[in-house]
Structure formats: C-alpha cells, structure tokens
Design a protein around this ligand. Structure first.
Ligand SMILES: Cc1cc2nc3c(=O)[nH]c(=O)nc-3n(C[C@H](O)[C@H](O)[C@H](O)COP(=O)(O)OP(=O)(O)OC[C@H]3O[C@@H](n4cnc5c(N)ncnc54)[C@H](O)[C@@H]3O)c2cc1C
Length: 467
C-alpha cells in the first residue's frame, strides 16, 4: 500500500467530482481525485448544460470551452417535454447547450490538470474512517490521509453506504433505455438538428414513450424508450440489441437502425441522501440525489453542488467551519425541489386519459408567459436562491445577473480567480460588511445595477448588500 497525504480527497471523476476538484485547486487546496475506472468510458448519459450551469462555467472562464465542444444550442427548456421559454430571465445564456457528458468531463479534467491536479485512476474507494482531525481513505492500492473526503461516486455511492446515510425515497415503477444509434434514413417525425424540444418525445402505447434527439453527425440519434408504469422481467439484465431494434421499429419504421454505439438501462428511482455531511465527509452529485432524467437536470445539479461546495471547503480548511454547514442547508432543498419537479413531470406524461387531459391543459397554460417563466426557472436553475438571514437585503442569496463593465468586459470575468468579489461605488457604506471567509477581490465602479455595493460569493450569489 502506498501512503499519500492530501487536504481533500474527492471520490469519483464524474462531472461533479471533476468540477469540485478543479474548484478546490483554484482555491489553492491540495485536492486528489480517486476514480474506480482505469480509464474514461467516453460514454455520455447527459447531453445538455442548463442556463445556470452555463453561467457557473462562465464565472470561471470555462464556457467558451464548453461551447467549442457543443453540437447544439436549444433556445428553450422543457417541462415533461412541453417547451418552456427563458423569456424574462435576466441571463446572458438563455439556452441549453447540447454537449455530451463525456465532453463536459474531458474539459473539467483538462481544467483540473491545468491547475496541477491529477486523477488517480483504477483506485476504487473501499474504506474510510474519520476522527475529529481527519479522514483515512483506503482505495484499491492506496492509503490516503486527508482533512476532508467528498463522495462524488454516483448513485450507488460507496461513501454514502460506508457513512450509513439513508438514501430516502423510492425505487420507482418504470424504466428507460438509452441508446446512441445510427439510422439508414431520418424518420419523418424526427428533427434533423436539435434546436427545439418540440416533438422530440412521443407516446407509445398506453404508458410507453419514445424520444429521438439528433446528435452532431447526420443520421446519428440519441434514442430513448421505455415504459413509465411497468418494468420488463429483463430489467436487471443488460439491454439487448434486439430490444432496441424492436422499440425503434414500432415508432420510426420504415427507418431502421444500422448501428448501435452503446446502450444502457435506467430506472425512475427518486432518492435523496438524508444528510449531505457526516463530520469530515460530504456527499455531492448523484451520490446525494438521483431521479428520472426528465428535464435534463442531474449533471447540472451535480456541477452546481460542486460550485457551492468548493469555496466552502477551502474556507473550512482556513478555519471557517460554519460556512461548510451551509452546503447542506443550501443544496439539499435545491435537490428536493428538482425531485419534486421531476415527479410533477411524471404526472404530466400521457399515461392514462386523465393524465392526457391534464397534459393538454398544461400545454396551453405553459404558453402563458408567467407559467413558462416559472417552469423554465425551475428546470434551468435560474430560479435558485439560497435562504438569507432575516433583516438582510432582499437580494441576499439570489444570483448576480451578469452585467457589462465600463472597460467592455463582463462582471462574470471578475470571478475567474474564484474569490469573493466586493463591488462598490463611490461613497458606499461598507460598515456592515461581514467577515469574508476567503480571498477578496474589490472592484470600484461608477454605478451598479442593484445598489451602492455588494459582496458576491465565488459561486455568483449575493452574500451581502447594504440596507
Ligand atoms: C439515461 C440518462 C440520461 C441523462 N440525461 C441527462 C441530461 O440530459 N442532463 C443532465 O443534467 N443529467 C442527465 N442525466 C443524469 C447525469 O448523467 C448524472 O446526474 C451525472 O452523471 C451525475 O454525475 P456525478 O459526477 O455525480 O456521478 P457519476 O457521473 O455517476 O460519476 C461517478 C464517478 O464515480 C466513480 N466511482 C463510483 N464508485 C467509486 C468508488 N467506490 N471509488 C472511486 N470512484 C468511484 C464512477 O466510476 C464515476 O466515474 C442522465 C442520466 C441518465 C441515466
């Protein structure tokens, strides 16, 4: 066994673990990632970045890299495959970026490496013990001594199980299959490029669904199918090619599949960790929450967990342990809200006559600007705001919308170093400014869109404004 020391060990090199590790390195923390798999699979479950995730990446200067790897820009969101508009949200990024999960992981690993980090592959976390001063982590070949451990090891998280943290919720009743396929001709009902959510998902039989999203290359599609109300007896076994061909033919014949690149089965289980923190060990991403992939939210939730946790762990390492407790109090309610919106989306799928009537009614309602705004806020992450102490400015805990600076750049660039940012104007009263739990950058501007001054957290949420 080789022995290593690190300030933070991150278990899992999925999008959550890599984003967190990069955030930690940016904050000067000695962070190490241990990953079970010997190499990347190159496979992608998720295919999108939501507007708030685009903003979060923009705060670190990473959005152009994501845009370079994207194959689509979708100018709307969706709720149960009912399109919803981003109109009315004050954001520079009112779109979903179509980008395979593997590309997101690659760019985050590239970023982590640029900051001096390294993923230790082929290292499955097998054990952990903690005491008040640190955590001892055991992997396949290593013993690691660290101050904090974060389980970003996915829905079947070993870290969560070793902590004995209940994964509360239910295992669902339905199932889905995802397959990336090449077809001999574009089905009549299928879109040629992914620019809208309209018509991408269809009903099949009484409770089944079929979805076809065009990928980067012509005649390449993400094919998703399943049943929302029952699972086949084969649910626990690998997907067969015959199963994929049969489901495709039912809806899209005479088009046929000429190649299946990969396929996987998933369930509609919905679960939330009862705690996000046990002493010096924390959970993030799918290790803390899983749900049916309605609305395209899971990866996005994980990346935003990581953006919330990174600077707080750095603060805790410098003695601000109280800040770390706000990770669970802020992020667990956000995951609860996502699980709830996914459950609501389930109820709107056309699985019986009353659900079909409800869906028709809801589709009409979703055309109303206020309804669309509300729903797109839920799924995009733009509506997230964190609880603020009483007697604080009403914007406390809300996100800072990006705005132009006098030099022609954007306020988001001020956050590239990952510091808290104090924005001030001449004569602003800073007497009630709280202690800042980490490095602070100060920018003086002639005016600000929201008042005389503000302290903004590294993840882009207002921490303080003068009353
Ligand atoms: C069919 C499908 C479609 C989806 N589509 C979307 C979408 O469009 N948009 C969206 O936002 N989300 C989508 N999701 C959800 C998204 O894929 C997940 O939320 C996301 O992968 C979670 O990232 P993560 O890093 O938390 O976990 P994971 O991606 O699961 O990564 C966990 C990592 O930990 C490693 N690991 C596991 N155990 C150990 C261990 N003991 N030691 C060390 N390493 C370990 C794993 O090998 C893996 O690399 C979809 C999911 C499915 C199933």
């Amino acid at each position: 066994m080789t022995e290593l020391n690190a300030e933070v060990v991150v278990a899992g090199a999925g999008p959550t673990g890599l984003m967190l590790a990069a955030e930690l390195r940016l904050a000067g923390v000695d962070a190490v990632v241990v990953e079970r798999l010997p190499e990347r699979t190159g496979l992608s479950k998720a295919l999108n970045l939501q507007p708030r995730t685009a903003e979060v990446l923009d705060l670190r200067g990473l959005l152009p890299r994501a845009a370079d790897r994207a194959f689509a820009t979708v100018q709307e969101g969706h709720f149960a495959a009912i399109p919803v508009s981003y109109a009315g949200w004050d954001t520079r990024h009112p779109y979903q970026l179509g980008i395979p999960q593997a590309q997101v992981e690659e760019l985050l690993e590239e970023r982590f490496a640029e900051l001096g980090g390294k993923v230790l592959r082929g290292q499955e976390l097998l054990g952990l013990t903690q005491d008040p001063s640190g955590v001892l982590v055991e992997t396949s070949d290593l013993t690691l001594h660290c101050r904090y451990l974060v389980g970003c090891d996915g829905g079947r998280s070993t870290v969560r199980k070793l902590l004995d943290v209940p994964f509360e919720g239910d295992s669902g009743v339905g199932y889905g299959v995802v397959a990336d396929v090449v077809v001999d001709r574009a089905p009549d009902s299928a879109a040629r490029t992914w620019t809208s959510m309209r018509g991408l998902v269809q009903s099949a039989g009484a409770t089944g669904f079929r979805g076809l999203i065009p990928l980067a290359e012509p005649l390449h599609y993400r094919f998703t199918f399943g049943d929302r109300a029952s699972r086949p007896s084969s649910f626990g076994s690998p997907v067969t090619e015959a199963e994929v061909h049969a489901a495709f033919a039912e809806t899209y014949a005479p088009a046929t599949i000429t190649e299946i690149r990969w396929q996987s089965r998933f369930s509609d289980a919905s679960r939330l960790a009862a705690q996000y923190r046990v002493g010096r060990v924390l959970l993030a991403g799918d290790a803390a929450h899983i749900h049916f992939p309605a609305g395209g939210q899971g990866l996005n939730l994980g990346i935003q967990d990581a953006a919330n946790l990174g600077w707080k762990l750095a603060a805790a390492l410098h003695g601000f342990d109280d800040v770390l407790d706000t990770y669970e109090s802020e992020r667990r309610p956000v995951a609860t809200a996502v699980l709830d919106n996914v459950a609501a989306q389930h109820g709107l799928l056309p699985q019986n006559p009353s659900a079909r009537a409800l869906r028709a009614l809801f589709t009409t309602l979703a055309d109303l600007p206020e309804v669309s705004h509300h729903l797109s806020g839920l799924v995009s992450g733009l509506a997230i705001h964190y609880p603020a102490p009483t007697a604080t400015h009403p914007l406390t805990g809300t996100r800072l919308p990006d705005f132009p600076l006098p030099d022609g750049t954007w306020a988001s660039t001020l956050f590239h170093p990952g510091h808290h940012v104090l924005l001030t104007t001449p004569g602003a009263d800073l007497s009630s400014l709280p202690t800042v739990p980490g490095p602070l950058s100060t920018t003086d501007l002639p005016t600000l869109p929201f008042g005389p001054a503000a302290l903004v957290r590294p993840d882009g949420y207002f921490a303080w404004l003068p009353l």
